[in-house]
Design a protein around this ligand. Structure first.
Ligand SMILES: Nc1ncnc2c1ncn2[C@@H]1O[C@H](COP(=O)(O)OP(=O)(O)OP(=O)(O)O)[C@@H](O)[C@H]1O
Ligand SMILES: [Mg+2]
Length: 467
């Protein structure tokens, strides 16, 4: 039951509204206006709550408002379990039903001691609404004493959390600029869902080196303010080099999965010239990894610059281009175009990008391309060590130790074999046998074959030299 003071206030209000309804048609318009505005003011003065509306579509181009979508993701994550009415939908290219809070359902959230009521409503389009969007609206209500907190901190909190949740939930994409792909619709990039299962856990490499790379990546991801403070574009370059089959492409997938970024696989040979390269770059989004695989094969990097001996002091100091170089510039991607792509003014647009080059021949690359600051971290992917083998054995066979491990360690110390070859040896074809011994014996047999081949090759080469 309501307390007596509230009950009497309520009955007074009811009597006032009744009298007002009876008299409103008989009093002059000016008096009617005065009474209704005074009444509204009195009500809003007594109302301790303030409201903020978030519209789903905003701006002249009726784009989906990011604050709205962030709030939707935030509420679905933080307040979903409090809501009684939910909506379930299957988003495109997803096989997991997505649950969100239903329209007209009210949920509450608490932030630094302030309580906020969220209410979602749906406005059906009027006949003359442009584009005919259903404009949904989230409305927040909070006590006026928390206004500063809500305006300054809560709004930012909802945006940041919502963005992070959206990034985590979204289907990541693998883009290619190869124009022969179907469905490009005039765009330079076409994409498919990125579903590579590689992670740093499944990547076979020295554990310390792995940790160093993970730490570096995580520092980068959290580094927005740091990069702002030091006045540097929020991007980082990684050069992965090493022989074939040592896990360079696998590491790219592991990085993308760790950071939850999209991957843009840039095929340089399909880019006409530097202008196109810039356009291509501008069509990438943030939170992405731009990859150029086998960079030494993609571009004739050596011929585009003058003799290094003439410019010993500064690699950025370039000699004037010759006429042939000018023609090349119009028709090809040049080294300077690529350098511009990596760290020219345009490269700062959007931010939060990682650029990765891979190569089997680091010695062939122009030093300017891979100097620190452009390619901040040089990562050597090496032949399979015993530590790397242990990761593969755990992934493929689920064993962390075994009596045959010592023989494998000996063999790996004696020869150079890629993790890809070891992984292949751990996979028995046409076998349903799940016995670990069989798999490891198969690997030892394969490794011995490689060893004998290498020894025979060395013998042949030795014989040829004597002759
Ligand atoms: N370090 C590794 N950890 C786990 N698996 C690996 C590793 N290296 C290679 N593999 C296995 O070998 C296959 C080939 O590896 P990957 O394509 O990553 O090699 P790469 O270094 O990119 O070779 P390339 O120089 O020829 O492009 C992968 O599919 C993976 O199964
Ligand atoms: Mg590769």
């Amino acid at each position: 039951m309501a307390p007596p003071s509230l009950a009497s206030a309520g009955s007074a209000l009811a009597s006032f509204l009744f009298v007002w309804a009876m008299l409103r048609n008989y009093i002059p318009k000016e008096l009617h206006f005065f009474i209704s505005t005074t009444f509204r003011k009195a009500l809003s003065f007594l109302n301790p709550y303030h409201h903020i509306k978030l519209h789903e579509y905003s701006g002249e181009r009726m784009r989906r408002d990011e604050l709205y979508s962030s709030a939707e993701a935030y509420l679905s994550s933080v307040c979903l379990h409090h809501a009684r009415k939910l909506k379930a939908e299957l988003r495109r290219k997803s096989d997991r039903p997505l649950l969100t809070i239903d329209d007209h359902e009210e949920v509450t959230d608490t932030f630094n001691g302030a309580r906020v009521w969220w209410h979602a409503s749906r406005h059906l389009p009027k006949s003359n609404t442009i584009f005919g969007f259903n404009s949904n609206m989230e409305e927040r209500r909070f006590h006026k004493r928390h206004r500063q907190l809500i305006e300054n901190d809560y709004l930012k909190h909802v945006l940041a959390q919502g963005r992070a949740i959206t990034a985590c939930n979204r289907q990541r994409r693998l883009f290619t600029n190869n124009s022969t792909s179907s469905g490009t619709r005039g765009r330079v990039w076409s994409h498919v869902a990125f579903e590579h299962p590689a992670t740093f856990d499944t990547l076979a490499m020295d554990p310390e080196k792995k940790k160093e790379i993970i730490d570096d990546l995580m520092t980068f991801r959290e580094g927005k303010e740091y990069y702002n403070r030091i006045g540097k574009a929020w991007k980082r370059g990684y050069l992965l080099y090493g022989p074939p089959g040592t896990g360079k492409s696998t590491m790219i997938a592991a990085i993308a999965n760790l950071l939850e970024y999209d991957v843009y696989d840039l095929e340089l040979t399909a880019v006409k010239n530097n202008t196109d390269l810039r356009k291509i770059f501008l069509e990438t989004t943030s939170k992405s990894i731009i990859v150029i695989e086998d960079i030494d094969c993609s571009l004739d990097l050596s011929g585009k610059r003058k003799d290094k001996k003439k410019r010993p002091n500064d690699e950025t100091e370039r000699a004037l281009p010759t006429a042939t170089e000018e023609i090349d510039k119009a028709n090809n991607v040049t080294l300077s175009g690529l350098l511009n792509f990596i760290d020219g003014l345009w490269s700062a647009c959007g931010g939060e990008r990682i650029i990765i080059f891979t190569t089997n021949h680091i010695e062939k690359l122009d030093p300017a391309l891979i100097r620190r600051g452009r390619m901040d971290m040089h990562i050597e992917m090496s032949y399979c060590t015993f530590e790397a083998f242990k990761v593969l054995a755990k992934n493929y066979l689920g064993v962390e130790n075994h009596r045959l491990f010592s023989s494998i360690r000996e063999l790996l110390l004696e020869m150079k074999v890629s993790p890809a070859d070891v992984a292949e040896g751990l996979m028995l074809k046409n076998s349903k046998d799940k016995d670990v011994d069989v798999y490891l014996e198969n690997l030892i047999e394969e490794l011995n074959k490689v060893k004998q081949k290498a020894e025979k090759k060395a013998e042949d080469e030795g014989g040829q030299q004597k002759n």
